[in-house]
Design a protein around this ligand. Structure first.
Ligand code: MG
Length: 384
């Protein structure tokens, strides 16, 4: 038993942090590790699972067909996790738990981001629908097979419950989760706003003049102008994105410290009896919402993005139709899902595991199979 780990942790963590020693453990009991705490082990299990690696070729907002500068689901995940760790350490929360939760938060994303999610949700409506937050739980509780006789990654209860909160919070009024879970939510929201704006600028979907219409961007730009007078466009943009994130993180820290102090909590159990404590101040929250609405209109609904979305919906619809009619073409490892949950769920699991690239290649193969004169693999790659 690694008592020195727990002792060391307790000297640093705030009383309202979730101490690793308090863990409810794993569904399939395991010996504790000699030098890693439970959430360090969870972090390692998540990073080493296949679904996590596939995030490198999955869309955040822009797909690989738009270029090679922008965030993928993997780099977004790493950026969120870094911000979550910064927030957790500064608030003296359990950084290991926040890190594991950050790495897990988007593991269930299908190819092509929210377009892929919406398509799969529509296709599986009659058998319960599809949600990336639910899918993350399916992956780590059931689909990944990493240990003999144990389905999933056998993660700690707190990590599973944290992810479950993400899934349930949209449709249910549920109590607040541990502060470490709240930290990841705050980090996700900070990261995607600033980084989607950065990607949109690089890819030419927005100009700096366009973004100057947004109040939060203007505030960050003004600070950069005060610090530097001689930046070229690119350096200016980088500096504004940095300033924006720094400002948003600093604001969440200040507001959350105040909330925690005013709540009077002294244990992790008390923390969940309060409404969300880790959040931005009212002013920044409003400005962030404005930035979100701006990006929604100008980037997420940009004609080029919408055209691509229509295209990938066709790909996924056709693939789903094909694989539900030809389940023998789905790899053997998914067979258990068909036995227990049916054909539709198996097809959804298989499609959601695909990366943008593999889904596109599968679709091209399908089109190719229908042609009387087969195209060569070289032609397919060239067209891709
Ligand atoms: Mg995310």
């Amino acid at each position: 038993m690694n008592t020195s780990f727990f002792t060391l942790e307790s000297t640093f963590l705030a009383p309202y942090a979730f101490h690793s020693e308090q863990t409810a453990g794993r569904r399939h009991p395991e010996q504790t590790h000699s030098y890693r705490g439970p959430y360090q082990r969870d972090r390692d299990r998540i990073v080493h699972c296949a679904a996590f690696r596939r995030l490198s070729e999955k869309t955040q907002v822009f797909t690989i067909d738009f270029g090679n500068y922008h965030r993928t689901r993997l780099t977004h995940t790493l950026e969120v996790t870094n911000v979550a760790r910064t927030l957790a350490r500064s608030l003296r929360l359990n950084e290991d738990l926040a890190e594991a939760l950050g790495l897990l938060h988007d593991v269930g994303h299908p190819p092509f981001g929210h377009t892929g999610e919406d398509a799969l949700d529509d296709l599986t409506r009659e058998v319960g629908g599809f949600s990336h937050n639910m899918q993350a739980l399916r992956i780590v509780e059931k689909l990944e097979m990493r240990y003999p006789h144990i389905p999933g990654l056998n993660l700690s209860e707190e990590v599973l419950l944290g992810q479950k909160f993400r899934y349930l919070k949209k449709s249910h009024a549920i109590p607040a989760p541990l502060l470490e879970v709240q930290v990841v939510d705050a980090a996700d929201s900070i990261s995607y706003g600033a980084h989607d704006a950065d990607d949109a600028l690089e890819l030419g979907f927005l100009s700096l003049d366009d973004l100057a219409e947004n109040a939060l961007w203007r505030i960050a730009s003004k600070r950069v102008d005060e610090k530097y007078s001689d930046l070229d466009t690119h350096s200016f943009r980088d500096a504004v994105v940095r300033e924006l994130i720094d400002r948003l993180v600093g604001d969440v820290l200040r507001q959350s410290e105040r909330n925690i102090e005013e709540s009077g909590i002294s244990t992790a159990a008390e923390a969940v009896e309060h409404p969300i404590l880790i959040k931005p101040g009212a002013e920044i929250e409003e400005l962030k919402a404005e930035l979100g609405a701006f990006l929604f209109e100008r980037v997420y609904r940009h004609p080029k993005v919408l055209t691509y979305r229509r295209q990938v919906r066709v790909w996924l619809n056709e693939l789903y139709d094909y694989f539900t009619k030809n389940p023998d073409r789905i790899p053997e490892r998914y067979a258990k899902v068909m036995e227990t949950e049916g054909l539709e769920r198996m097809a959804a699991d298989y499609l959601s595991d695909m990366t943008d690239r593999s889904a596109k290649l599968e679709y091209l193969r399908l089109v190719d199979d229908r042609k009387t004169v087969p195209r060569s693999p070289i032609e397919m790659v060239r067209d891709f």
